[in-house]
Design a protein around this ligand. Structure first.
Ligand code: CAA
Length: 283
């Protein structure tokens, strides 16, 4: 399958990152979001992340301008019609994703590949909410997308081989490394990473150490680039909770029980960096 046009559903932090790397790789990118203000904010963010590369002499000004000229944003779903690969990067909520597929599928080309950037949900179950389970799969980018080298690929039970090969080719063209995960709750990275973060929150909850002690311990004692509480804020505490909930429900093991402190923070609207407050204060 020859593909040139990448559609992105959702102008959040993952959507911005996927647009950034896809445009630099030469694809035309169409971002779709219901909220025009979010689209404007996303275009400004991508402008900023590309400018950072120019400042660091990683790309030239011309390359930045070429990448920017390839990105459009719109709140009109019909603008996704010419897209070859469409990646849904909406919020980690199954009912929201199902509604999006019902809205978007009728406008897509029959041969278009539809992928989800879900970090935990069943690909097979999400595929069943589309009109193309054989051309549906998981393409899971890591945050921040421009920096992280890994992308997890996940087939649903019905995903066909041409779809898988096209996704693999697309990811390779972004100069990222692929790992393949079976369709289990939270796949590989989050199956391992999120219980570690949840445990760090239990460590705080039980008073074993302060926020600073826990993060310093893991940064200097285990060489992690960020401490687990800082990373939780970076990922978003609502996303962390929803991934833990998927692990707890899907694997039915008490070791995945979300820490009550994580639940309480999310209930308070303390969602980490994006809300201005989490384990740290960003205001
Ligand atoms: N977008 C683009 N580039 C970015 C960026 C962003 N949001 N944040 C940082 N960078 C770039 C910087 O431009 C810089 O590039 P150069 O080296 O070329 O100058 C480089 O990354 C390092 O940035 P900084 O010096 O500003 O900061 P740092 O050294 O502290 O690195 C970090 C920042 C890359 C985020 C690093 O702290 C890190 O790797 N943290 C861990 C991130 C991680 O674990 N991500 C996975 C999350 S889990 C996930 O994504 C799965 C899921 O589904 C939840």
């Amino acid at each position: 399958m020859a593909f040139q046009n990448i559609g992105i559903i959702g102008a959040g932090q993952m959507g911005c990152g996927i647009a950034h790397v896809s445009s630099l790789a030469g694809y035309k990118v169409q971002i779709y979001d219901l909220d025009p203000d979010r689209i404007q904010a996303a275009l400004a963010t991508i402008n900023g992340t590309l400018a950072r590369l120019v400042a660091g002499e990683k790309i030239t000004d011309e390359e930045r301008n070429a990448a920017l000229s390839k990105i459009s944003g719109s709140a009109d779903v019909n603008d996704l019609a010419p897209m070859d690969i469409v990646i849904e990067a909406a919020t980690e909520d199954e009912s929201v994703k199902r509604k999006i597929y019902a809205h978007v599928c009728p406008v897509l080309k029959p041969e278009a590949l539809l992928a989800t950037n879900t970090s935990s949900l069943s690909i097979t179950r999400l595929a069943s909410a589309t009109d193309r389970p054989e051309r549906f799969m998981g393409i899971h980018f890591m945050n921040p997308v421009p920096v992280m080298k890994l992308v997890e690929l996940v087939r649903g039970i019905a995903t066909d081989e041409p779809t898988f090969r096209a996704a693999k080719e697309y990811v390779a063209s972004l100069d990222k490394t692929v790992t393949v995960s079976e369709d289990f709750p939270a796949f590989i990275v989050n199956r391992i990473l999120l219980p570690m973060i949840n445990e760090a929150i239990y460590t705080l909850y039980e008073g074993v150490g302060s926020v600073d002690a826990i993060d310093t311990a893991m940064k200097l004692g285990a060489n992690h680039p960020m401490g687990p509480l800082q990373l939780a804020d970076f990922i978003g505490l609502d996303t962390c909770l929803s991934i833990m909930q998927v692990l707890y429900d899907g694997l039915a093991d008490s070791k995945y029980r979300p820490c009550p402190l994580l639940v309480k923070y999310v209930e308070a609207g303390w969602l980490g960096r994006k809300s201005g407050r989490g384990f740290y204060d960003y205001r």
